[in-house]
Design a protein around this ligand. Structure first.
Ligand code: IDP
Ligand code: MG
Length: 139
């Protein structure tokens, strides 16, 4: 995957609250092109694998429960400097620390239920995109 791509999930809380349209509008208005997108739901095994780096953290069971409780919107996005620019657009992990106007500031309830995921590196963007999408689903 090209290094100008990142991977995102609109998490179950964002879908439940009806924020999908507003968040996608903000993403595309910020210059990201949608390469792939779908509504899907992760199994516990999926979430444990996706978030394996956090498996020793005390919040891991809560994170798996949260991420599997309902559908998510998974997407691959393209833009110059995609990974860094998308992390800026979503804001800090804890919405209390997120900058004004960021997606987490606008739509996240807490550090756990924080509305949106963004890859933290080009390598992880490629791994996470391939976790959710087959090549024929990417445009
Ligand atoms: P990130 O999503 O901003 O990269 P990470 O530290 O990688 O943040 O954590 C992954 C996800 O785990 C967060 O987005 C959030 O949903 C959850 N999480 C992180 N820290 C906590 C916590 O202290 N309590 C509960 N959930 C957390
Ligand atoms: Mg992270």
């Amino acid at each position: 995957m090209a290094t100008n791509r990142t991977f995102t999930m609109l998490k179950p809380d964002a879908v439940e609250k009806g924020h999908v349209g507003a968040i996608i509008e903000k993403i595309t208005a910020s210059g990201f092109r949608i390469v792939a997108m779908k509504l899907t739901q992760m199994t516990a095994a999926d979430a444990q694998e996706f978030y394996a780096i956090h498996k020793e953290r005390p919040f891991f069971p809560e994170l798996v429960e949260y991420m599997t409780r309902g559908p998510i919107v998974a997407a691959i996005l393209e833009k110059d400097n995609a990974v860094e620019d998308f992390r800026t657009l979503i804001g800090a992990t804890n919405p209390a620390d997120a900058a004004e106007g960021t997606i987490r500031k606008l739509y996240a309830a807490s550090i756990g239920e924080n509305a949106v995921h963004g890859s933290d590196s080009d390598d992880n963007a490629a791994i996470e995109g391939a976790f959710h999408f087959a090549g024929r689903e990417m445009f």
